[in-house]
Ligand binder design. Structure first.
Ligand code: ATP
Length: 347
């Protein structure tokens, strides 16, 4: 559906996109994940024909975005990071303008605008000036513009950035809904966002693709290298004597545990190994009782941090660490969004 081949984008000496290649298949929600400045927007801008690449190629349903832009762009609806809205227009004026730009035949425009507006639930604000809408509604208008003409592929650059928690949930639901009829590619620097919505993840760092797989398989691959954390009653020499004998323990650190005579140890285990049984029997034989033993796989968060070389503080990973239910319960029924409505749309 989309083939990105060896894409490079240089800004002067700065390599914003560094030999990026990936393919996008029909019917999935792809998450383009990476820290700020990773090259997500640049890649999306190239994929949608907004800017040219320094080298490489983007094929949309077999059409080269530079050589056959009209054919290629027909297949794509794009919501840039800052939606390109004319805020002095009403919603319906703007969508009519967008329909003309997209060369939707005049006799189909009305029906298509109505369909797009219904899909993103903005029919009730059709006659409002865009500048008077809340940010969440402006984002929906941007989405309506993207879905107008029913392109097969939707490319959404940070679609929830700057929205409040309720708006974020609504836009996510909308994206899931849109994904029933479209292939969706969305970018975000927030891991929880991508985990929540996407069924395939492309992790980009420093302009390079550092991982691409389903969230489950990414976690699985890292779980192969397990860590064990244990609290063991033993002296250091005794414990190290046992650990040395167990194949599969790659390295360890020890420190005094908070219980007298106990050591807290953190074991790094070789890929694919599970040493819990042999550790248990070896320590029992050496009369070193295990007080605690906990296996830790790597979470998707660990993978992301490792692959992108970031630390959690820079990444804002916990920005949305609330469940949808909690937020829904905390927010009043008549939020800003519902106050926006009620003017009687006329699409
Ligand atoms: N027009 C430009 N001129 C020079 N450098 C640019 C330009 N646009 C982007 N860059 C640089 O290219 C790199 C990638 O930027 P890009 O906006 O694609 O990253 P991003 O992953 O989308 O980040 P963010 O989440 O912050 O938008 C950054 O270092 C950025 O400063």
């Amino acid at each position: 559906m989309i083939e990105v081949k060896d894409l490079v984008k240089r800004y002067g000496n700065h390599m914003a996109v560094d030999h990026l290649s990936f393919t996008v298949e029909k019917g999935q929600i792809y998450g383009f994940l990476g820290p700020n400045g990773a090259g997500k927007s640049t890649t999306m801008n190239i994929m949608t024909g907004y800017i040219a690449a320094t080298s490489g190629q983007v094929l949309i349903n077999g059409h080269d975005i530079l050589e056959e832009p009209e054919e290629a762009k027909k297949c794509i609806g794009y919501l840039p990071e800052i939606p390109p809205l004319y805020t002095d227009m009403t919603v319906s004026e703007y969508l009519l303008f967008a329909a003309r730009l997209k060369k939707i035949p005049a006799k189909e425009q009305k029906a298509q605008i109505l369909q797009a507006a219904e899909m993103v639930k903005i029919t009730d604000v059709a006659d409002r000036l865009i500048k008077n809408l809340s940010k969440g509604y402006k984002q929906r208008v941007g989405l309506a513009q993207a879905v107008l003409g029913m392109p097969e592929i939707l490319i959404l650059d940070e679609p929830t950035v700057g929205l409040d928690p309720k708006q974020i949930i609504e836009i996510r639901e909308l994206i899931r809904e849109l994904a029933k009829n479209h292939t969706v590619i969305l970018s975000s620097h927030i891991l929880s966002e991508i985990q929540e919505v996407c069924n395939y993840i492309l992790i980009i760092s420093g302009g390079k693709l550092v991982a691409s797989d389903t969230p489950e398989r990414l976690e699985q691959s890292r779980k192969a290298s397990m860590r064990l954390k244990a609290l063991i009653r033993a002296d250091r020499d005794q414990l190290e004597g046992v650990l040395k004998q167990i194949p599969g323990i790659r390295s360890w650190t020890t420190e005094n545990g908070n219980e007298a005579g106990c050591l807290r140890t953190d074991l790094e285990i070789s890929e694919g190994e599970d040493v819990r049984d042999s550790l248990f029997y070896a320590l029992a034989e050496a009369k070193c009782p295990i007080y605690e033993l906990r296996a830790e796989g790597n979470t998707l968060e660990d993978i992301f941090l490792k692959l992108t070389g970031e630390n959690a503080e820079n990444l804002n990973l916990s920005e949305e660490e609330f469940s949808e239910k909690e937020v829904a319960a905390e927010l009043p029924e008549d939020s800003e969004e519902t106050e926006e409505t009620g003017n009687g749309g006329n699409l």
